[in-house]
Design a protein around this ligand. Structure first.
Ligand code: BDR
Ligand code: CA
Length: 310
């Protein structure tokens, strides 16, 4: 089986963690690296979390490279930071210090090298700063990238503001560059990712696996469920980032539509909003947006894949 060469650009993040563990348990993917970015937590913490996750998965072939600590327009902070993913970004559990080393190339340089070495799919599940800087430094590399699969944006309603979804809001300038570049993009916006969730039965299933991965996943998801209960009046947790990985495992699982996407970089109230134009004339656009997914099928696959960790 030909495996898809993948780099996951990430800000772990509880739902990033589930996405990463799903990817690392999937034989369809050759995950070469996790490149980190500031987002759900600062860069130091998201990078530490990426190293923790590689150690947890025992996939010591996967490189962890640190990327950008600040958005292109400067560092961003948001109200209630720490409420969603915990202060440490992974639900504030206890972890031993990971043995997984930090790679010595900057994430942007590593991405450029891996793009130069062969067909590469980039799964971007955090703010798009690393990809924006990559395009600033190496504008021609977009033509070499097989595909960029992004979790971000919203067609209808944001989460960090009424207009904007977090990953795009956290670096709108980078996002605008990413959507304007020539690479094929598949976008998983909130209106798609809100169809994908895990409930208390799923948490009990993971915990009942009696493996380190199973226990960690259930323990990380518990505070995330409490946040959902307060914010959305439901304990079911949204699996935003896992949708970007799921797309690579089964191309037919998520129905998609051709669109044009622009990012609002200057609005008084709407900075970071995605302008997703779904009109008919964009049917063949190189940018596709996820529209619908069957959650039961997704959850079944996630359960099966995570149960392969020993
Ligand atoms: C996105 O923001 C982060 O909190 C999640 O990890 C996900 O990537 C959802 O808006
Ligand atoms: Ca994320």
């Amino acid at each position: 089986m030909a495996r898809t060469r993948v780099v996951i650009d990430t800000d772990p993040g509880v739902d990033d963690a589930v996405a990463i563990l799903l990817a690392l348990a999937s034989p369809e993917l050759e995950v070469l690296a996790l490149t980190t970015v500031a987002g759900n937590s600062d860069l130091e913490k998201t990078t530490l979390n990426a190293r923790r996750l590689v150690e947890l998965s025992q996939r010591f072939d996967v490189v962890v490279a640190a990327g950008c600590a600040e958005a292109i327009a400067g560092a961003v902070r948001y109200e209630g930071e720490g409420d969603v993913h915990g202060i440490d970004g992974l639900g504030d559990l206890q972890w031993d210090s990971p043995n997984v080393p930090l790679h010595d190339e900057h994430a942007v340089e590593l991405l450029f090298r891996l793009i130069s070495e062969g067909p590469l799919t980039i799964v971007a599940i955090g703010p798009l700063t690393n990809l924006g800087v990559l395009l600033e430094r190496y504008p021609d590399c977009a033509a070499l990238v097989e595909r960029v699969v992004i979790m971000g944006g919203a067609s209808f309603e944001g989460n960090v503001s009424p207009a904007a979804e977090f990953n795009i809001w956290a670096d709108p300038e980078a996002a605008q560059m990413v959507f304007a570049a020539s690479w094929p993009i598949t976008l998983m916006p909130l209106d798609l990712t809100h169809q994908a969730s895990l409930n208390d039965d799923d948490l009990a299933y993971f915990s009942g696996l009696n493996t380190e991965v199973g226990r960690r996943v259930a323990d990380m998801l518990e505070p995330y469920a409490r946040f959902h209960e307060v914010w959305y009046q439901q304990r079911e947790v949204f699996m935003h980032d896992a949708m970007a990985v799921y797309e690579l495992l089964d191309a037919s699982a998520i129905t998609k539509q051709g669109v044009e996407v622009s990012v609002e970089t200057s609005g008084t109230y709407s900075r970071g909003a995605t302008w997703i134009d779904r009109r008919h004339q964009h049917a063949n656009s190189r940018t596709q947006v996820g529209v619908s997914v069957d959650n039961a099928t997704f959850v079944e696959l996630l359960r099966t894949r995570l149960s392969t960790y020993r």
